[in-house]
Ligand binder design. Structure first.
Ligand SMILES: [Cu+2]
Length: 383
């Protein structure tokens, strides 16, 4: 039992007893009764009692939005998961003598309280004020230079996945002579390395305790495009993450791009027949595995994005911590299509969203919410 009187396991235990896990996951958070310091769920109160228990609750949620019009305050957060989706940070570039491209960024770490579900606050540590950090994107063969400024109250680094010298690996104790180890508050360091290999990578802080530094929010996607590029597509980045809101070493909220259920509240609009490319990164801590499952469709999967030939045609992919891959698919039919972790408890605690294909005007405003309640985890326990 956590000091806040509610834990993820307890929440799920109550949900299982009520045989209404989906209703709990959704209604608990949508009612602002999710876990966390601001939770209205008192110690000892069962989630089933606190949340609505089934279809009767539909009247409370006539739209695919958070209850009573409440939503996460994206402005206060300083970032919006809908914008993060297609926000690629290409930095600034200039040509070096000889013609090679130098690509540069400045990344500042600072501490910041963010809202990860309506009313659920989390004391995050951020790169550039957002979680996940900016999606850094360059091209194979370029010279990359990242100036890292630590404006946090804690020591941090930036550890990039890729091929580079030990001194720029962002590892405390390694490369200290060159300043490339632990970056203390108020200090800075410039990482410089070649963009190699092409693919989908990530970066994260590597200061101990490692799980805590990552779980606080210090991670982001890092894309190196192949020299020849990839076919034109509607591209988006999905960083799968979670939040241990009561610091009991288990996550209470799961999400893609930080805000639980955000893409139910705001389905991802795509066009029918258009190639969609998802850069999927698993940045989850405290749980060894995460997954991505799409409804009504299949995708080509490129593990780590390091080959231009897909390895599998599937509808579900499993990723361990730090694993990532590129998904390509197109929707042949209009409609709302769910995507979610196929680890069901994650799905019930926020890691669920919708793609909206076609003209939203032709679809019911309540389509997503209604569909959700009819889908696998309805209170009748039907699979
Ligand atoms: Cu750190």
């Amino acid at each position: 039992m956590s000091k806040n009187g509610i834990s993820r396991r307890r929440l799920l235990g109550g949900a299982a007893a009520a045989a209404a896990p989906a209703a709990i996951g959704l209604s608990g958070l949508l009612n602002g009764r999710g876990p966390g310091p601001d939770s209205a769920l008192a110690a000892g109160e069962s989630p089933a009692a606190a949340g609505h228990a089934g279809h009767a609750g539909h009247a409370e949620f006539p739209h695919a939005t958070f209850a009573a019009g409440t939503s996460v305050d994206h402005r206060a957060n300083g970032f919006d998961p809908t914008e993060i989706l297609r926000d690629f940070d290409y930095g600034t570039t200039r040509r070096l003598p000889g013609g090679r491209v130098l690509r540069e960024w400045e990344i500042v770490a600072h501490d910041k309280e963010i809202e990860v579900a309506p009313g659920v606050k989390f004391e995050a540590w951020t790169y550039n004020g957002r979680v996940p950090g900016p999606t850094l994107r360059g091209r194979e063969g370029e010279l990359l230079r990242i100036r890292f400024v630590n404006a946090s109250e804690h020591p941090h680094t930036m550890h990039f996945h890729g091929i580079h010298r030990a001194g720029v690996d962002g590892m405390p104790g390694i490369g200290e002579l060159g300043g490339g180890g632990q970056v203390e508050p108020g200090q800075s360091f410039t990482y410089e390395f070649d963009a190699s290999p092409f693919g989908l990578h990530l970066y994260h802080c590597h200061v101990a305790p490692l799980a805590a530094h990552i779980a606080r929010g210090l991670y982001g996607a890092f894309i190196i495009d192949p020299k020849q590029g990839r076919p034109e597509a509607d591209e988006m980045v999905m960083v799968m993450n979670g939040f241990d809101t009561n610091f009991d070493l288990a996550n209470e909220v799961y999400a893609v791009n930080t805000v639980g259920f955000h893409y139910i509240n705001e389905p991802i609009q795509v066009k029918r027949g258009e190639l969609v490319r998802v850069y999927l990164v698993n940045a989850l801590e405290y749980d060894p595995l995460n997954s991505f499952h799409i409804h009504g469709n299949f995708f080509q999967f490129y593990p780590t994005g390091t080959s231009l030939t897909p390895s599998e045609y599937t509808d579900t992919v499993i990723q361990g911590q730090g694993q990532r891959g590129i998904l390509e698919f197109e929707f042949p039919f209009d409609g709302d299509y769910m995507f979610h972790a196929h680890v069901s408890e994650f799905a019930e605690l926020g890691w669920t969203g919708f793609f909206r294909v076609g003209d939203p005007a032709k679809l019911s405003a309540a389509a997503a919410a209604a569909a959700y309640c009819e889908l696998p985890w309805g209170e009748q326990g039907k699979a």
